[in-house]
Write a protein that binds this ligand. Structure first.
Ligand code: CUA
Length: 177
């Protein structure tokens, strides 16, 4: 039978095996190292994420995004508007079930203030193949100042589980000369 009591009734009084003690010590020390690395990386890390965020209602964010799309749409791709806003401007991308909308077309070596928010649930904004990864919540406008330094087609992947269409929730950013 699989479920039987331990042979020693007072099993918790057994001395801890040496390898287990070593393992606990290694894990504990490593945990401490990583804790202090967090503080170190904050100052010396190459990539610090945006700490700029504002309260905004989903309706207001949607309105701003629509206004940008209306003004700067250059073409369509697969039913998505492709938007080319002027360099230096505020650009918007909204997450909703289940898409990142619209497609942006940005110029290389130009800076943009990229606003990200969700209209419904928590979503993830993971820019591939770069290492930019943000958690996006409804009610908050996350602002990332972005200066693309290479041209190409970048994908946005949602990496916060958001329901049945989560795996289909992708977006796109083009960077052109
Ligand atoms: Cu949106 Cu997963």
């Amino acid at each position: 039978m699989a479920i039987t009591p331990p042979s020693e009734r007072i099993w918790w009084n057994e001395p801890v095996a040496k390898v287990e003690l070593i393992w606990i010590a290694v894990a504990f020390v490593w945990g401490l190292v990583m804790f202090f690395m967090m503080i170190y990386w904050h100052g010396a890390g190459e990539q610090n994420l945006s700490n700029e965020a504002y309260r905004i209602t989903p309706a207001a964010f949607s309105e701003k995004t629509n206004a940008m799309v209306e003004k700067y749409k250059v073409r369509e791709e697969g039913g998505f508007p492709v938007v080319r806003p002027p360099p230096g401007s505020d650009v918007y991308m909204l997450g909703r079930l289940w898409q990142w909308w619209p497609i942006l077309e940005l110029e290389k070596d130009q800076s943009y203030r990229l606003h990200l928010s969700s209209l419904d649930w928590q979503h993830g904004f993971s820019l591939q193949p770069t290492n930019i990864n943000l958690q996006i919540h409804p009610g908050y406008d996350m602002v990332v100042t972005l200066t693309p330094d290479q041209t190409g087609e970048f994908s946005v992947v949602c990496n916060e589980f958001c329901g049945i269409g989560h795996h289909l929730m992708i977006g796109k950013i083009f960077v052109v000369e």
